[in-house]
Design a protein around this ligand. Structure first.
Ligand code: GLU
Length: 448
């Protein structure tokens, strides 16, 4: 059976680093196995779902380079959930419940006050036919709960957490359908995973208790002959936190739009998130192939993964230093050349900074102050420009001979006069780009 994974965001906001990481890991898991990666839009919550977010999710995945092999939308599959619901109902695994939200809250408070876990007491399950009739005669429309089997042990071997065991009696029967007929997350997700042949559910550890419930749902759906498929394997990854160890608000809103705006390369994000929280070293990869080859759930740790933007910036610089000219062709001026890219590239943290450095080549550059001594030196330099072969070596070689200067004294005034800056790309490569006439003009202006 070939591997099928899915990423199942609710389109109620933009993707943030945490979701992006989960999506990436699902994509890597599928690619490594030569399988398929699905995008499932969990949009059963019509009031909170927005089309603009669906589009943003697609665009973000495409930008990051892990576009899905197929896309599904829960809002188009409501008939399936109804069929599954009816099958579970016929099998006695679904029951109507009549408590209001306030009643449930009160029960919770009482249980907590007595030091008991706030598990739903199944009061509605215990109602007689008559009592139920009376509720409905009063005009109370029921919501629906899935009836957990308290005698069926819940176990799975988690791809990250190892063997897991839950006692169904310690869990509440989950509400799966609201009184207005709309669906909560739990059942549609299980139905979809079966229908779409999902083999591996990889998601955040905040879903562990959902998995416990869904395992019984999968079994019940298969037993009710709703589906012939097998239930998937499960893996829950530790959550992502900021470097200070907390899930900050900033991290919760940090997504592809911010990354793009700040000029990060998609591969920097992929390189970082691919291995963050695993025992494998985070490295800057120019393409995802090595991440695919080495992807291994058994290297995932249980401790929260720490996201650090400084690390992202470092990876980004490494990736920019390897980017081919083609990658920047789209946003550089027409006269910008591959030679210019090679000269400037090692100096960049973000590819977009190339524009500022190109300005240093084309000019005008800021006029800096020089001492009298340096001005004399620069005047001499203007007369010594020799454009055959390697102009920078010619110039500095000649000046060394005639002035006896060396090191910083020899190089820095030239760099400052030629670029208006104290640091920057290798002058060997930069000077030919500036050109003879312009270089002489800059040296003469500095000497004046
Ligand atoms: N829509 C759910 C979420 O965003 C999906 C969880 C899952 O089953 O992967 O949390």
């Amino acid at each position: 059976m070939s591997t099928i994974t899915r990423f199942a965001p609710s389109p109620t906001g933009r993707l943030h680093v945490g979701n992006i990481r989960t999506a990436l890991h699902n994509w890597l898991l599928a690619r490594k196995a030569g399988g398929r990666f699905l995008l499932r839009i969990d949009d059963t919550d019509a009031a909170r779902s927005r089309e603009e977010y669906v589009e943003a999710i697609r665009a973000d995945l495409a930008w990051l380079g892990f576009a899905p092999d197929a896309e599904y939308r829960q809002s188009e599959r409501l008939a399936k959930y109804k069929a599954a619901f009816e099958a579970l109902k016929a099998a006695g695994r679904v029951y109507p419940a009549y408590e209001t939200a306030q009643e449930l809250e009160l029960k919770r408070k009482i249980q907590l006050g007595r030091g008991l876990p706030p598990i739903y007491d199944r009061a509605s399950l215990k109602l007689s036919e008559e009592e139920r009739g009376a509720k409905e005669a009063e005009g109370i429309a029921p919501h629906w709960r899935f009836k957990l089997d308290h005698y069926e042990p819940i176990r799975w071997d988690d791809g990250v957490r190892g063997p897991q065991k839950f006692d169904a009696a310690q869990l509440s029967d989950p509400v799966i359908r609201r009184a207005d007929g709309s669906w909560l997350y739990m059942l549609p997700s299980a139905v979809d995973d079966l229908d779409m042949g999902v083999t591996d559910v990889l998601r955040g550890e905040d879903h562990v208790s959902n998995t416990a419930v869904q395992i019984q749902m999968f079994t019940a759906l298969i037993a009710a002959q709703y589906a012939a498929a097998q239930k998937p394997r499960f893996a829950h990854e530790a959550l992502l936190v900021g470097k200070e160890g907390k899930l900050s608000k900033r991290l919760g809103s940090l997504g592809c739009d911010a990354f793009r705006e700040q000029g990060y390369e998609p591969m920097a994000i992929v390189s970082l998130l691919g291995r963050l929280g695993t025992s494998q070293p985070v490295e800057a990869f120019a393409d995802p192939a090595p991440l695919i080859d080495t992807f291994d759930l058994s290297t995932f740790g249980r401790a929260p993964a720490k996201f650090d933007e400084v690390e992202l910036a470092r990876l980004n610089a490494h990736i920019v230093h390897q980017l081919p000219f083609e990658a920047v062709k789209g946003f550089v001026p027409e006269d910008f050349t591959p030679e210019a890219w090679h000269a400037i590239r090692p100096n960049l943290e973000k590819a977009s900074e190339v524009i500022e450095w190109w300005q240093v080549v084309t000019g005008p550059v800021p006029a800096l102050d020089f001492s009298d001594e340096d001005r004399a030196y620069l005047r001499e330099a203007a007369g010594k420009l020799e454009w055959s072969g390697t102009p920078w070596q010619n110039l500095t070689g000649a000046l060394k001979q005639t002035t006896g200067r060396k090191g910083k004294e020899l190089f820095l005034p030239l760099r400052r006069a030629l670029t208006g800056m104290d640091h920057g790309p290798d002058m060997k490569e930069l000077l030919p780009l500036i050109g003879e006439e312009e270089a002489r003009a800059r040296l003469e202006r500095a000497a004046a």
